[in-house]
Ligand binder design. Structure first.
Ligand SMILES: [Mn+2]
Length: 329
């Protein structure tokens, strides 16, 4: 009971702060995924509804460092999402709400806007250091599930447009209801969103069964060239930048690779490394067993996430990273 009370207290403080702010920016992490987009847009639409019901005008916007993925183009109000422009000085605000941002650095250049501004942090990554003035961090399926709880708490009606955003976040972060972050509450939420008008198979088609040519080809390459380290039960694939370019691919085209690697029946852990244009290596990890916590292993490189799904970024070489991970498994 106590826990619920505390949660409510934070939601109450957050709602008060939102109501007394005039100029609000909602943001999320770089290279945004379905949860980052779903949670930010669902929250914005919810707040717009709240203030229109209260006959109050607020300046509210979503600003992200990177463009949303093409797979979220189908969301009705996706064009409300703005891409951060360094030359535009007009980012004055009195409140920044971070969603799905495991660390303030994960928001890239947007982090600079948060100096001397009140901040709120809604997130579900256990490694989140509670970097904001008000933090609601809960180890549940997705940030979209947190936004669902917050909108309910605030008595904001979840219409079909909001529901489609939150549903997209839910299927993104649960691997279409397949990960172990799926609980009774997750299904309760899914049920409520369907009640609000979501068509499950439409969202699954538009969001998941909508991969680019590059994404399909890269999944093929990763499975064909996967290495398996038997003693550590690690499935591994490395994608150099030139390989990505071969298909004219973008980083979002590589998003499903690690999920495919972990499907190998002998594997307990999967590691996918991808080289960026500047030589920095991005790592994604998945674990299938309880005693391997990949958020801890990612922490060696300054990354983090969840026990069974985590990521990092490193300027070490591919070999150095792989060896370090093999040593720690
Ligand atoms: Mn998330």
């Amino acid at each position: 009971m106590m826990r619920i009370k505390n949660n409510m207290k934070i939601f109450d403080d957050v709602l008060k702060k939102i109501k007394e702010s005039e100029n609000i920016i909602i943001t999320s992490h770089v290279n945004p995924d379905g949860d980052a987009i779903g949670a930010s847009l669902g929250l914005l639409l919810g707040l717009e509804k709240l203030f229109s019901d209260l006959n109050t005008t607020k300046h509210m916007r979503i600003v992200l460092q990177d463009k949303y993925p093409d797979t979220t183009n189908f969301l009705k109000y996706i064009n409300k999402i703005e891409i951060y422009d360094e030359n535009n000085k007009n980012y004055n605000c009195d409140l920044i709400i971070f969603v799905d941002s495991a660390d303030i650095k994960r928001t890239g250049k947007i982090a600079n806007l948060a100096k001397n501004v009140f901040t709120i942090n809604f997130d579900h990554h256990i490694t989140n250091p509670s970097f904001a003035n008000l933090n609601y961090i809960k180890d549940i399926s997705s940030t979209s599930e947190i936004i669902f709880k917050f909108l309910n708490f605030s008595e904001i009606e979840i219409d079909k447009d909001i529901a489609e955003c939150l549903y997209t976040g839910l299927i993104n972060d649960t691997g279409n209801f397949s990960h172990d972050n799926v609980t009774k509450d997750t299904f309760y939420m899914a049920g409520k969103l369907i009640e609000a008008g979501v068509n499950n198979s439409k969202i699954v088609s538009k969001f998941l069964k909508n991969k680019s040519y590059a994404a399909i080809k890269l999944i093929g390459e990763s499975l064909f060239n996967m290495k398996f380290f038997k003693e550590k039960k690690l499935a591994y694939f490395y994608l150099p930048y030139e390989e990505l370019q071969k298909y004219n691919g973008r980083k979002e085209d590589t998003e499903n690779i690690v999920e495919k690697l972990i499907e190998y029946n002998e594997a307990n852990v999967a590691l996918f490394l991808r080289e960026e244009r500047d030589g920095v290596i991005k790592g994604s990890m998945r674990s299938k067993i309880d005693n391997i916590d990949v958020s801890q292993i990612s922490g060696i490189f300054g990354g983090g996430g969840h026990k069974k799904a985590a990521g990092f970024s490193s300027s070490s070489t591919e070999k150095e990273i792989l060896n370090e991970i093999l040593k720690n498994l």
